[in-house]
Design a protein around this ligand. Structure first.
Ligand code: UD1
Length: 339
């Protein structure tokens, strides 16, 4: 079976994708620098799949190490590239760190892929490229808006770099997957999200509050023009998201792609408000959550959810798991990690 490199394969989405790749019979090699992950995740992957993936601790900013890796693994057929920094606030304070971590590394990997006889490349992009879209649900044709942060900009620039490279490298085929809001954990509760420090994202903040690590959740604004006044997002179960990567990779490896560079939105198509997420959590956990309404968070958009037609019809993928299932798995994971 084909050999696939997963960069950032010990992270939240990366580890779930490695599991799905191994379930489908792919041979996986992980590169991770452990800057925001732990080698213990390998145990979780092995416990679920019965296979321990190859792992190399490499910092992709080290260009020579990247070159050497591809000399040793010249039989790689595809790369799923997760490795990147993703804290929006930090990116505003440290823009050069973000451009180096997210852009230099992408360039070095693509340079090596250009040398291979053929290569499939899957890129972790984000719905953040659309900003506040003028029309909902958001299709892949919605215009890319000026980025709100250096982090968001690295996703936009990353997409452009890949598109430009595909134009001149006939051996290279790529898909950018624009994720909406990934949440949840594997049903085995052997892998999940491991945020370092105070979580910036809603769901880990909710579960950490419920387990007593945080006093209360601050809900950022209830005066938005939405039915209950809180912001709306498209929360997608990480296992559904992981499966989309395997399908996208297969599409490229089997030559089913319509052009050498494609983009797909990965979401459920259903928007949920912050209060609906809290209610879902309270329902599945049986716990009352401490929360208060505070002012709006700078940079937040009002509402974003995916038009899933292209992913459904063209990619042949759709989500199978509900918000309740995602919240239940996130809660079970939190209890396991801190319990
Ligand atoms: C955030 C990032 C975005 C990134 C995405 C995926 C910002 C401004 N945006 O998006 O660039 O692509 O994560 O990781 O950080 N909320 C609360 N209280 C909290 C935390 C969140 O009310 O303590 C609300 C937010 O206002 C928002 C929703 O929950 O309405 C989701 O927030 P979050 O999980 O941070 O995701 P995004 O803002 O969609």
């Amino acid at each position: 079976m084909d050999k696939v490199l997963v960069t950032g394969g010990l992270g939240f989405i990366g580890s779930h994708t490695v599991v799905e790749l191994q379930n489908e019979g792919y041979e996986v090699v992980i590169i991770d620098d452990l800057s925001n992950s732990s080698a213990e995740v390998l145990e979780g992957i092995e416990a679920i799949t019965g296979i321990r993936p190859l792992f190399e601790q490499i910092d992709l900013k080290e260009k020579l190490d990247v070159e050497n890796f591809f000399v040793r693994h010249s039989d790689i057929k595809g790369v799923i590239h997760f490795a990147a920094s993703k804290a929006v606030g930090e990116s505003v304070k440290e823009p050069l760190l973000y451009y180096e971590n997210n852009i230099s590394t992408l360039v070095y990997v693509l340079k090596e892929l250009k040398k291979l006889p053929s290569a499939a490349f899957i890129f972790s992009s984000s719905c953040t490229v659309y900003g506040q879209a003028d029309e909902l649900p958001i299709t892949e044709n919605a215009p890319v808006k000026a980025a709100e942060s250096p982090y968001g900009n690295t996703k936009q620039i990353g997409e452009e770099i890949i598109k430009d490279t595909c134009k001149i490298a006939p051996n290279l085929k790529a898909i950018a997957l624009r994720y909406f809001n990934p949440i949840g954990a594997h049903k085995s509760v052997k892998i999940g999200e491991l945020p370092i420090g105070v979580p910036q994202n809603l769901v880990p903040f909710i579960t950490q509050t419920a387990i007593g690590l945080r006093d209360e959740l601050s809900i950022f604004g209830d005066d938005y023009p939405t039915p209950d006044g809180t912001c709306i997002r498209d929360y997608i179960h990480v296992v559904d998201l992981a499966k989309a990567h395997v399908i996208a990779l297969g599409r490229l490896l089997q030559g089913k792609n319509k052009s050498n560079y494609e983009t797909f939105n990965l979401g459920t198509g259903k928007g949920s408000s912050v209060l609906e997420v809290v209610k879902s959590f309270e329902k599945v956990s049986g716990k009352k959550l401490n929360y208060k309404i505070v002012g709006r968070r700078e940079g937040d958009i009002i509402s974003a959810y995916a038009d899933t037609n292209k992913a459904n019809d063209d990619l042949g993928w759709k989500t199978e798991l509900s918000l309740d299932e995602a919240m239940r798995s996130a809660w079970e994971w939190e209890q396991k990690v801190r319990g």
